[in-house]
Design a protein around this ligand. Structure first.
Ligand code: CO
Length: 662
């Protein structure tokens, strides 16, 4: 930037005298995808995007990110929303700003590599539904995983933005693996693949300002296509990183509207607008217009999400990121999952184990899905390993990674871990070296067959193909075949405000705790009275404590119900003299044997064995999905499978008996 102060700022009337910049920085707003994904676990609902959509369309953003990443999963799983419908709905309000999505290359919007036929169909449908810019990344930066989706993006006439996932092994850029040459070479590869733009994707907030300057300067010297920077705030560096990147000539920057900014999200747009006013990189944005959007967010939207914000710490930055090279989303996932397992006290052990697991698994970048793969394996190691055995519970996804299904790792995988992971692995014990999807059978037709009669169109079928269990459950909700549970329903603004008021009262000490008093057991002599107060009528029951019952019943009193059945609070007079059991009812049959307990809360994917099958110790009985990773649960003993109480799609808690081996 040759002249930062081209305009005399002191006397300038921003609105009137603001000159147009020679080379304005272009901005992509990512509030509506990565913003709420980073801050509110991707729980943003479409109805909460509509109030700002038309105003946001007027800002002049290069693009708005509205889809992809975790949205597809979260929407159908937790929000009872059709992900495809979001694009179409928002498109009615955003009439001129292009839509951008985050595409996990061959992983699409899921956590494994999908077959080529499904990948191609997904991209075609995303484009047809209204997606314009396909920000495409591969967690391993293995661009062989772009070979199917990129031609599909191009054929649809859409924008292919190729990503380089930024990662490091040293405190700053350098070392043997992720040094400046690595990034330059990746940029050249993307250029050769026909990328329309290149995005440096700093998902963990690791990119230091001066490293950003060096990388962008160097890449701009080698390739002509525009360079885009995506940098999370998590560690606190990214606002500075943005500025140095702008000085190095970066073309496009990702920001959030301020209510969605900072913490594990991204720097806000408003300070950047002010920073650049009057320079040759001025965004040209109207800060008053941005303020209007913020006001709507603050008043109408944020109250509904505030409870999801992790504000247990004073600091809004996490220096752990600088110490552990861990993405923000991964951090919050780890904390949430440890909390669910009552193991939050193990977080420091998890931090210590993480770099070891990452190194064992080929020093891979940490980004979805590799961040989850490394993160959950780390949690498993901390929770289940002992002195005798490491990698006791290896997730299905780690096995896939060891097989080569995700692609080529930056350095070779620890051969011992690889061997252990691939022992008995269904695809084979020898890892592959070809493009991963080459070993995958086409899968769309099979999925279509499986979901016949429920799915109505290709979009439904793709949803099911990517997420068979939760996808099927969603389609049942969508087509009224099953009642969606209360927890997937949206919170109203009124409810949200009432909740917040309650919290504010509690914080101010204005909530008085009711003295707890045990309700006495209702005696047999309780009598009902009709009480009339003016026009109001009450029915009250009166029971004289310790007094002799006024009315007695001749009928025998029912014996206390067995514990398993919900017993009424007090014994009631039996309606008829018959059937009052003298003995407790027989308890439901309990299968005898060694129980297989859920080691963690999760969802049953499938039972590999059925009632009556014999198994030997160590053999897989069922697949439990926890933290989006599939865990094969092994039989704790030799015997016969009994007492299966759950089915595919059921949620289970930690310690629940999944079956009994006897
Ligand atoms: Co991001």
């Amino acid at each position: 930037m040759s002249d930062h102060n081209a305009v005399n700022m002191t006397d300038m009337n921003y609105d009137k005298d603001r000159p147009k910049a020679a080379n304005p920085v272009k901005i992509e707003d990512i509030s509506l995808r990565d913003g709420h994904q980073s801050l509110f676990a991707t729980r943003g609902r479409t109805e909460d995007m509509i109030p700002v959509a038309e105003l946001m369309d007027e800002v002049g953003f290069w693009a708005v990110e509205t889809w992809g990443g975790a949205t597809f999963d979260t929407m159908h799983r937790f929000l009872n929303e059709d992900p495809w419908e979001r694009i179409r709905t928002l498109k009615r309000y955003f009439k001129k700003t292009p839509f951008s999505m985050l595409l996990r290359a061959q992983n699409l919007v899921g956590y494994r590599n999908y077959a080529d036929d499904l990948a191609k169909a997904f991209v075609e449908r995303a484009a047809a539904n209204g997606m314009d810019v396909f920000r495409t990344f591969d967690a391993l930066n293995d661009y062989r995983n772009f070979e199917t989706v990129v031609p599909a993006i191009k054929e649809a006439g859409m924008h292919f933005q190729g990503c380089i996932c930024y990662t490091m092994t040293e405190p700053r850029m350098g070392g043997d693996v992720y040094n400046i040459d690595y990034y330059i070479n990746k940029a050249k590869d993307l250029d050769a693949m026909g990328a329309d733009t290149i995005c440096i994707k700093d998902m963990a907030g690791l990119l230091a300002p001066y490293d950003a300057y060096s990388i962008i300067k160097a890449i701009k010297e080698k390739v002509e296509i525009p360079i885009h920077l995506h940098s999370h705030f998590t560690s606190g560096m990214s606002a500075m990183t943005h500025l140095k990147a702008i000085e190095a000539g970066v073309d496009i920057i990702d920001t959030c509207m301020s209510p969605y900014a900072y913490r594990t999200a991204h720097p806000a747009i408003e300070p950047l607008v002010m920073t650049l006013i009057g320079t040759d990189r001025d965004t040209g944005f109207d800060i008053h217009h941005l303020a209007k959007i913020n006001e709507i967010f603050e008043k109408e939207v944020m109250p509904k999400y505030r409870h999801l914000l992790n504000d247990t710490k004073m600091s809004i930055i996490d220096i752990n990121v600088l110490l552990h090279q861990t993405p923000g989303g991964m951090l919050s996932n780890l904390v949430n999952q440890l909390r669910e397992m009552d193991a939050l006290d193990k977080i420091d052990e998890v931090y210590a184990e993480l770099p070891k697991v990452r190194k064992d698994l080929g020093q891979i970048p940490l980004v979805t899905p590799t961040s989850q793969i490394v993160g959950i394996q780390t949690v498993n190691n901390v929770l289940f390993d002992d002195d005798k055995e490491r990698y006791k519970m290896i997730t299905g996804q780690v096995k896939d990674l060891c097989y080569g299904l995700y692609g080529k790792t930056a350095v070779p995988i620890n051969p011992e871990v690889q061997k252990k992971a691939l022992k008995g692995y269904a695809r084979g014990e020898e890892p592959i070296t070809c493009r991963p999807a080459e070993v995958l059978e086409p899968e769309l037709a099979k999925a279509q067959e499986e979901v016949k009669g429920l799915a109505v169109d290709l979009d439904d079928e793709i949803l099911y193909a990517i997420y068979p269990v939760t996808g099927k459950r969603f389609l049942k909700w969508k087509y009224g075949k099953e009642e969606p549970p209360a927890e997937v329903k949206p919170k109203t603004l009124e409810q949200a405000k009432a909740d917040l008021e309650l919290i504010a009262k509690a914080k101010a000490g204005e909530l008085v705790e009711k003295p707890s008093k045990d309700t006495p057991e209702k005696g047999e002599g309780a009598r009902t009275f009709n009480v009339f107060v003016d026009d109001e009528y009450f029915e009250v029951e009166v029971d004289e404590p310790g007094g002799a019952p006024v009315v007695t019943y001749a009928a025998p009193v029912a014996a206390a119900a067995p514990q398993a059945a919900p017993a009424p609070a007090a014994p009631k007079p039996a309606a008829a003299p018959a059937a009052a059991p003298a003995e407790p009812a027989p308890t439901p049959e309990v299968a005898q044997g060694t129980p297989l307990l859920a080691p963690m809360p999760g969802m049953i994917v499938s039972y590999e064995k059925k009632e009556g099958d014999s198994v030997s110790e160590g053999e897989t009985v069922l697949i439990l999905e926890a933290m989006k990773m599939e865990n094969a649960l092994a039989s704790p003993a030799d015997g016969v499978v009994k007492g299966i109480k759950y089915q595919s799609g059921d949620s289970v808690g930690k310690g629940d008996v999944l079956c009994v081996i006897g």
